[in-house]
Design a protein around this ligand. Structure first.
Ligand SMILES: [Zn+2]
Length: 262
């Protein structure tokens, strides 16, 4: 159900998060991936449906908070978590980073507050995964200054400058679900990486401009904006081969990413 031209065989998806080491701000995460908290949050009905739809395999030490010590970082030292959207596979570890500011979309956080457990689960949202003090720690993308991204990211025009130095720009990627954003990272090596979260579920889908079937896109988000966003990414990828485009669930990305002990 992840590619319009795909078959009906089960597929394996990595659930990735990114560790960003900012020269001034220190350790910052883009999403958290899965965490043992996911199993706690999906123990009972209706939340258990989430686990049945997308069975999760998380080995000992594989949660991001458990991998960070391998990089010399304690979870309490993480200064910020940038949340692409509030689906369980992106925020399951959020409670493990108690001192982090939480950058997110106001529209994304609103999903956690929507009434109806069943309706929330159907849309991939597990409210228990949000820390109790999230309102006090939230810094909304929508409230940050919008700056032009530059011609290398066309057709995407502007982004929210999260740290005030242009190094991390949150970019709205509509369609996957309400409040779904990606992150443009200007790396120290001069390259630019665009973390596109779930705007595409694989690098191949961007290369081929192959969206999921309408059944999937309409269930989670909005088909029209989803396809427009994917088409924009496809054009960007064609125009700028130097750009590193990183989907959250791409097996090709997982091969390149450095890993902790997990
Ligand atoms: Zn996801």
């Amino acid at each position: 159900m992840t590619r319009r031209d795909g078959g009906l065989n089960p597929a394996v998806f990595p659930a990735l998060a990114a560790l960003i080491l900012h020269p001034v701000e220190g350790a910052i995460l883009f999403d958290t991936g899965y965490d043992p908290a996911f199993f706690e949050a999906t123990r009972t009905f209706p939340e258990i449906l989430y686990r049945w739809m997308t069975p999760v395999d998380l080995g000992p030490g594989e949660a991001v908070a458990d991998q960070l010590p391998d990089f010399g970082i304690r979870p309490e030292e993480v200064r910020a978590v940038i949340v692409s959207h509030f689906h369980g596979d992106h925020i399951a570890g959020l409670k493990r980073f108690p001192n982090a500011r939480i950058f997110c979309a106001r529209a994304g956080l609103a999903q956690v507050r929507k009434p109806g457990r069943f309706a929330r689960v159907r849309q991939g949202v597990l409210a228990d995964l949000a820390p109790a003090d999230i309102d006090a720690r939230a810094a909304f993308f929508e409230d940050h200054p919008r700056l032009p991204l530059g011609p290398d990211l066309s057709p995407f025009e502007d982004g929210a400058d999260l740290l005030g130095d242009g190094s991390l720009m949150a970019v709205q990627l509509p369609g996957h679900c309400p409040g779904h954003w990606g992150l443009v990272v200007r790396q120290e090596d001069g390259r630019t990486r665009f973390l596109i979260a779930d705007a595409a579920w694989s690098s191949g889908a961007v290369r081929d401009n192959a969206p999921p079937p309408r059944l999937t896109t309409a269930l989670l988000g909005e088909t029209g904006p989803w396809r427009d966003t994917l088409t924009a990414l496809h054009r960007l990828w064609n125009r700028n081969p130097e750009l590193l485009l990183t989907p959250s669930h791409c097996g090709e990305v997982e091969v390149e990413a450095p890993r902790g002990r997990g």
